[in-house]
Design a protein around this ligand. Structure first.
Ligand SMILES: [Zn+2]
Length: 145
């Protein structure tokens, strides 16, 4: 277990995924407030883009109450999409703010594929998420960095 300080001053405590999260798959990270459970590589590298994303889920879970959050996340596609939209766009803005060079259209495409797949229980169409993330990042000024 270790605690990482983000650029905005927030603290995120990460743990390596325990055996009982085996069902999640090797490469996935999950936030179960107050901890973020990561794959070994994310834990070692302290991947800041992942931690910035998961920090949004920490805030969502503490704002709403974590059990209510989990219930809504599991049973409502729109809630799941809104939760991930907020987390992913914060992650994309972090790339811009930190000067991390990424190909924004292809990042948005990859996220759109994931959100419309079994990974996120088909929470949104790819077309909708790509359009809404593109609009958000164009407005933010980080689309064609
Ligand atoms: Zn997420």
């Amino acid at each position: 277990m270790k605690t990482i300080t983000l650029a905005n001053g927030d603290l995120v405590t990460i743990k390596q995924k325990p055996w009982w999260l085996f069902w999640l798959g090797k490469y996935y990270t999950i936030t179960l407030s107050p901890y973020v459970y990561t794959p070994d590589t994310t834990y070692e590298n302290e991947d800041m883009d992942v931690l910035v994303h998961e920090n949004i889920h920490l805030h969502q879970q503490s704002d709403m109450g974590k059990w209510k959050f989990y219930f809504n996340y599991v049973f409502s596609r729109e809630f799941r999409y809104q939760s991930e939209f907020s987390a992913y766009t914060t992650q994309l803005k972090w790339y811009v703010d930190s000067g991390t060079r990424v190909n924004m259209p292809s990042q948005i495409d990859v996220i759109g594929n994931m959100l419309s797949s079994a990974n996120y229980l088909w929470c949104v169409s790819k077309e909708r998420s790509v359009k809404e993330m593109t609009d958000m990042m164009v407005a933010y000024g980080g689309y064609d960095q």
